[in-house]
Design a protein around this ligand. Structure first.
Ligand code: PLP
Ligand code: COI
Length: 341
């Protein structure tokens, strides 16, 4: 298979239209068999549930070319199960988890020419999503839905690659207790847009959201979970019912313990203990692990000893181990890599 003529190493995190996408419709209480299509346009009613009441959920995953030339994706079963959780919370029909994985594999295979080569620093981002498509005017769930998957080749999520980020403690909240912070619903991202535009205008790369109830505990950013390293080398990540259960974070905690022999802790993390950590990073499919050098809390700067030039040493090890597994340089735990071809 011949690769597309793309300048892989200079890709940012943007949309590049690829050749094929998967689409399946839910009507009369059931999903159709689904198909691959070259049509990138979605035609729906002006009154569709997604347009009026934001009934939409999504997932994010990546396909990689390994060192030995295979194309693989990472733990798609966990994306399938998280998407099912998101669907149930927004009263949408679940796209069966085994069919989700099958459709992801099919979509990657159809777009294999867009999977960036090994060593290019780029990956193929995969975006499964689902939305209410029939007219809804009273506030209620739609009866008809569309599930789609498109792909786009991407580079680093944050400009500058692995340069440490500066983030601010946000005055806006992302998720309410007992709300929807733990699912991947479009509405969580819509309400973060003002906060991120404002953060960028003030010169920050991202927002650190706190728990909405007490505003004393660290939650996550708009698109990634937090990892902290203590001065004695322990990996700590915030525990909260209102953050997205990041697959990258769950994988990194396993890698830290089982591959690197580090102590790991998932627990409440208080804003006033940030000054005691030696490293900080953001983790997620798009972010991979992006180092944080500085957190600004209303004018008070918390500067991590790892500094503003490079990733901290433990973060670096975690990064190398996780990407090593994803790129087939290190042996993956059973079931983590799904081979496409
Ligand atoms: N938190 C939020 C709000 C996200 O949007 C994402 C991205 O998917 C993550 C965390 C990281 O999750 P994952 O590692 O499963 O991509
Ligand atoms: C991902 O990491 O897949 C996400 O969905 C995060 C998004 C902000 C790009």
């Amino acid at each position: 298979m011949e690769k597309k003529n793309i300048d892989w190493s200079n890709l940012g995190f943007g949309y590049v239209k690829t050749d094929y996408r998967f689409v399946s419709d839910f009507k009369d209480g059931k999903w159709d068999e689904g198909k691959m299509t070259q049509d990138d346009k979605v035609v729906i009613s002006e009154c569709a549930g997604v347009l009026q009441y934001a009934q939409t959920i999504f997932e994010g995953m990546k396909a990689y070319t390994t060192q030995d030339g295979r194309i693989v994706t990472f733990r798609p079963d966990l994306n399938a199960s998280r998407m099912a959780d998101s669907a149930r919370r927004l009263e949408m029909p679940v796209f069966p988890e085994d069919r989700f994985v099958e459709a992801v594999v099919k979509t990657i295979k159809a777009n294999a020419a867009y999977v960036p080569p090994y060593g290019s620093g780029a990956t193929l981002y995969i975006r499964p999503y689902m939305f209410g498509s029939n007219p809804v005017i009273g506030v209620k769930p739609a009866d008809e839905y569309q599930f789609r998957i498109f792909t786009t080749p991407v580079g680093p999520y944050f400009k500058g690659g692995v340069k440490p980020l500066t983030i601010r403690v946000s005055d806006f909240d992302r998720a309410a207790p007992h709300g929807t912070g733990h699912i991947k619903a479009g509405l969580n991202y819509a309400m973060s847009l003002h906060a991120i535009v404002d953060a960028h205008q003030q010169g920050y790369d991202e927002n650190m959201y706190l728990d909405a109830a007490t505003r004393t505990k660290v939650e996550e950013t708009g698109g990634a979970n937090f990892l902290f390293i203590t001065k004695d080398g322990k990996v700590v990540t915030p525990k909260s019912d209102s953050i997205l259960p990041s697959i990258t974070r769950r994988s990194l905690m396993y890698v830290a313990k089982e591959y690197l022999g580090l102590e790991v802790e998932e627990r409440e993390v208080f804003l006033d203990e940030l000054k005691d950590f030696s490293e900080c990073g953001l983790c997620g499919t798009a972010a991979v692990i992006s180092p944080v050098g500085k957190i600004v809390d209303h004018g008070k700067e918390i500067c991590f000893p790892s500094g503003m030039e490079a990733m901290g040493p433990v973060t670096q090890k975690l990064y190398e181990t996780l990407t090593g597994i994803q790129m087939g340089k290190l042996e993956a735990p059973e079931g983590w890599l799904k081979v496409i071809e």
